[in-house]
Design a protein around this ligand. Structure first.
Ligand SMILES: [Zn+2]
Ligand SMILES: [Zn+2]
Length: 170
């Protein structure tokens, strides 16, 4: 449930860590077990964009029906802990652009923290669901666009108030 006032952080217990924070234009994203935590910017230029993706890879890699992402300039990301606890899996076989997508997961709990494209150097695709301040899911990180809407599962209507695209945007 979203708090109606989004001016204060709303950090419910989710996963094992309880030390996430949201202050000014910096906030944390933490994996499910708490081993990996990073700090990212909630404003431009560090925060580049926000989007939903319904492509088939995103179904499989999130074990869900779509991915909700935000793109951050790497220079603005600071790891609080656990960078060494990330493991990587990369492939290019199913990527429409032929780019290699490298996915970084927490070795302990498997949370997908980061996705990097060879065609988009210097940027990281982080996951809205890993952000500790749930108000940011509704505000600064609300998806701007939704891509591969043409691949969306029939029973899901898509993001409300989110610009729709049948195919790829990024
Ligand atoms: Zn973890
Ligand atoms: Zn996708």
């Amino acid at each position: 449930m979203a708090a109606q006032s989004n001016s204060k952080p709303y950090i419910p217990l989710s996963g094992s860590a309880s030390d996430g924070y949201s202050e000014g234009d910096r906030a944390t994203a933490t994996c499910f077990c708490g081993a990996v935590q990073l700090e990212f910017p909630t404003t431009k230029p560090g925060l580049v964009d926000t989007f939903i993706c319904n492509c088939f890879d995103c179904r499989k890699i999130t074990a869900s029906m779509f991915a909700s992402n935000f793109i951050v300039d790497d220079e603005y990301i600071k790891y609080i802990r656990g960078k060494e606890n990330l493991t990587e899996f990369a492939q290019a076989k199913t990527i429409a652009s032929n780019n290699t997508m490298t996915n970084q997961f927490c070795k302990t709990c498997g949370t997908l923290m980061n996705r990097v494209s060879s065609g988009y150097p210097g940027k990281s695709i982080l996951r809205i669901g890993t952000v500790d301040d749930f108000n940011l899911h509704e505000t600064a990180l609300k998806p701007r666009v939704e891509q591969y809407a043409g691949n969306r599962v029939e029973w899901f209507a898509g993001g409300r108030g989110v610009e729709q695209h049948e195919g790829p945007v990024f």
